[in-house]
Design a protein around this ligand. Structure first.
Ligand SMILES: Nc1ncnc2c1ncn2[C@@H]1O[C@H](COP(=O)(O)OP(=O)(O)OP(=O)(O)O)[C@@H](O)[C@H]1O
Ligand SMILES: [Mg+2]
Length: 253
């Protein structure tokens, strides 16, 4: 079982969109996938389950005190081969409460060690740099960084890369940066092309460039993957690269 965190401390860059489309793409290739919604906004949960009032991952992680449920107990089926550990607003309480807990960075990793039957776990992180994302990065074998093609996002990725270096040196030396997903790209914009070149000149590989399309905005809100048009092909390219990594990578949890 391989764990991938979909993370960037910047908001609105496509973390949830990438999580849902990649998870569906992998299940279409026959993989069994668990998505974890580790964002207190619970966008992934709201769009797939329809509400975020049931049991959620915060009850597994706990806050100042350990959680009261096992990961297995909160998992819900979404579609053939695809499950979700829902998120909820109480994750905001976990984030604060965890500060006082011993072993606070490894709580999600421990919870994941108790489940089996999945080929891959995708963690949809929230737009913060706190203890929840540290938990995701400690539990993960790899991280995918979605970003928009703007100057500020480029800087944001550089900042995030520094955080990843810290996590690797202090907490999880085996964490692999799978690469960037440049999202909402418009080939007509010279600025987008210039930023893409800057990203290409950097040290993080680019896994996929996803165009801007209203189809992305309308489908992810309904918890559906993009199944047609150029974007479907672009997400397929991402899925195939991740599938390749799942087959060839050597890290196991
Ligand atoms: N390729 C795209 N083209 C057009 N709209 C997109 C695309 N990808 C995502 N969106 C829209 O942009 C918004 C942000 O996307 P998404 O929720 O995936 O980002 P996020 O990084 O998860 O945000 P947050 O940080 O709030 O969790 C959503 O409304 C989504 O539908
Ligand atoms: Mg999100």
């Amino acid at each position: 079982m391989k764990v991938i965190a979909i993370a960037n401390q910047k908001g609105g860059v496509g973390k949830t969109t990438v999580t849902l489309n990649l998870a569906t793409g992998l299940t279409n290739l026959g993989r069994r996938v668990l998505m974890i919604d580790l964002d207190s906004q619970a966008s992934l949960t709201l769009s797939t389950v329809g509400e975020s009032s049931g049991s959620c991952i915060a009850e597994v992680i706990g806050a100042t005190q350990p959680g009261t449920r096992s990961l297995k107990e909160v998992i819900r089926p979404i579609s053939e081969g695809l499950d979700l550990a829902p998120g909820g607003t109480t994750l905001a309480i976990s984030e604060i409460g965890l500060i006082t807990r011993l072993g606070r960075e490894n709580i999600l990793k421990k919870a994941l060690a108790e489940i089996s039957g999945y080929d891959s776990v995708l963690i949809d992180c929230g737009p913060t740099l706190g203890l929840l994302i540290e938990n995701a990065l400690c539990a993960a074998d790899g991280v995918i960084i979605p970003s928009l093609p703007t100057q500020l996002d480029l800087r944001g990725v550089n900042t995030f890369q520094e955080s990843l270096s810290d996590v690797r040196s202090e907490l999880n030396p085996d964490l692999e940066i799978l690469g960037l997903v440049i999202n909402q790209f418009d080939w007509r914009f010279i600025l987008h092309k210039a930023i893409l070149e800057e990203f290409q000149a950097g040290s993080i590989p680019i896994l996929a460039v996803i165009g801007r399309s209203v189809l992305a905005a309308s489908t992810v809100g309904k918890g559906q993957p993009i199944t047609r048009g150029k974007l479907a092909d672009q997400f397929d390219e991402l899925t195939l690269k991740v599938e390749h990594w799942l087959n060839d990578g050597s890290n196991r949890i």
